[in-house]
Every structure is written in structure tokens, then in C-alpha cells.
Write a protein that binds this ligand. Structure first.
Ligand code: LER
Ligand code: MN
Length: 271
């Protein structure tokens, strides 16, 4: 199993990102602990130097499996489901702006909190309609560049739209694009899905990316999730992508990243 960990390219309010500081220094540390890749969180691709990110990653032989986009919601309020059409357009434009770097790096574009939440005065069906339209537009723009998008079911305490894997699969049906899949995150599935192993099996070849944190959102091994069973199911789907650590920097970012890879590597299914 190829392992990566989330690294933000700039300061962020989102807590479950282990590293937020000096990018190059953190990439060096991550490579030193034995990771194969680094997942980058980018608020606005126009404000970061994609070639420099690729250069630094290459120096340490790290791949970039995915780009996290949720900071544009957290810091700027962009979403596909805002009642203001200008905000929805800006969210689609922002997603499209990630395409060149995604194409160069081979990274999947993560659609997490950019989906937004159902705002007062907006029905669930209307919000889902806007979400489907926006993602169809993003997929159509990304497709010719060979870029894939991964929608992440996110627990109910963070969003009111698409909380579990079954809802994610339903939305994929409605979007109907080959380059749209799901990102499964064990922290969210542990809250929302009746049986995580079953969710992994059901999602099958629509799993485009995978996040791990334990039940308490600390590093894997700090809580009570059965990662052995989950990874066996994941391997059974034929998944060849990355398992990316997205957890709280507890007790600190370095220890969390080190203990996570140590724990995952000793699992039979992840060795
Ligand atoms: C992002 O990958 C995620 O898991 C969400 O919890 C973001 O808030
Ligand atoms: Mn996640």
C-alpha cells in the first residue's frame, strides 16, 4: 500500500492537517519517515508555485497523489451550493484552476467541503441539484486533461450534504462522469457508515482516494478502528492508489506522522 500524509502549502484553520509550516522542511521529514507521497492542501492554486512544489517533492522521490481544496470553503466561503450564483461560479472556477497542477502531478482533485452546506432558504434537493451541475462542469473541464475528481462523504457535524458512502454513490450516478469517484475517509465513515468494510466493498472501483485517521481523528492506532479489515477490503477492490494520513497533530505533528506509518506498516494488509 502506498502511504502519504497531508501537508498544507500555507497556514490554514483546518485542524486535522498535520503539517502547516515550512513546506520544504516538512517534505524532507515526511520522506525521511518512509512515506511514498505527500498530499497537498492548496487554497488557491494561483498563489502557489506548482513547479516548485513538484521540484521539492521530486528531490525526495515523493509523489503527489491528491490536492485538498477545502481551504477555499474554510477561509473564503466558496461553495457549489451557495444561494448566491456568483459564489457558485467562483467555486467552480477555483476547482478548474486546480486542473493544470493536477494534470502535471497526476494528483486527484479532492472535493470535500467545497460542496458547502444547505443554507437557510435552500432545499436539500436544490442544493444537490447545484452540486451535481457544478461537478458535471468541473468533470467536463478536467476530463480532457486526464484529471480525476474525488468527492468525499463528510460527517454530519461538518456538512449537511453527502455524509455517507451510499449517498456519495448516489451522487456519482447523478453526475454520470467517468472521472468522478469518491474519497473514503475512515474518520467520517466511522461516524456515518453502518459497516465500513461493506462501504469499501460497495464503492469498489469508484474509490479514487483514501484518507485515514482513527476514531478520535488521531493517527491510526490511537483509536478503535479495525484498519486490518478495512485494508483487506480495500485491496480486494483492486485499489492501487494512496492511503493518505489526515489526522490531528497530536501529541504533535511529527510524532503523529511517524507513529501512523509505523502502525500501518506493521499491518499485514499494508506492509
Ligand atoms: C477533508 O478531507 C476532510 O476530511 C474534512 O473533514 C474537511 O473538513
Ligand atoms: Mn478527509
Amino acid at each position: 500500500m502506498k502511504l502519504s500524509v497531508v501537508l498544507s502549502t500555507q497556514a490554514s484553520q483546518f485542524e486535522a492537517v498535520a503539517f502547516k509550516g515550512d513546506f520544504a522542511a516538512n517534505v524532507a521529514k515526511i520522506a525521511g519517515w518512509g512515506y511514498d507521497g505527500v498530499e497537498v492542501a492548496i487554497r488557491d492554486p494561483r498563489l502557489v508555485d506548482g513547479d516548485e512544489i513538484l521540484r521539492i517533492a521530486a528531490v525526495h522521490s515523493l509523489e503527489i497523489p491528491a490536492i485538498g481544496t477545502g481551504q477555499a470553503w474554510g477561509e473564503e466561503g466558496l461553495s457549489y451550493t451557495d444561494p448566491d450564483p456568483a459564489v457558485r461560479v467562483a467555486a467552480v472556477q477555483r476547482t478548474r484552476a486546480h486542473i493544470p497542477f493536477a494534470a502535471k502531478s497526476g494528483a486527484v482533485i479532492i472535493i470535500g467541503l467545497l460542496r458547502g452546506i444547505v443554507k437557510p432558504g435552500v432545499s436539500q434537493e436544490q442544493a444537490l441539484g447545484w452540486l451535481v451541475e457544478s461537478l458535471q462542469e468541473c468533470c467536463a473541464a478536467a476530463g480532457p486533461h486526464g484529471v480525476r475528481l474525488a468527492l468525499e462523504p463528510i460527517n454530519r457535524y461538518e456538512t449537511t450534504l453527502v455524509n455517507n458512502v451510499a449517498q456519495g454513490m448516489e451522487l456519482l450516478e447523478r453526475i454520470g462522469a467517468e472521472n468522478m469517484g469518491l474519497l473514503l475517509d475512515t474518520f467520517h465513515m466511522n461516524i456515518e457508515d453502518a459497516e465500513m468494510v461493506e462501504s469499501v466493498r460497495t464503492c469498489g472501483d469508484r474509490i479514487f482516494h483514501f484518507h485515514v485517521a482513527d476514531s478520535n481523528r488521531w493517527y491510526p492506532g490511537a483509536g478503535h478502528i479495525d484498519f486490518e479489515a478495512i485494508f483487506q477490503a480495500l485491496a480486494g477492490t483492486g485499489y492501487e492508489g494512496y492511503v493518505s494520513g489526515e489526522f490531528m497533530p497530536q501529541p504533535d505533528a511529527d510524532l503523529a506522522a511517524r507513529w501512523s506509518i509505523e502502525y500501518l506498516r506493521q499491518l499485514e494488509s499494508c506492509g
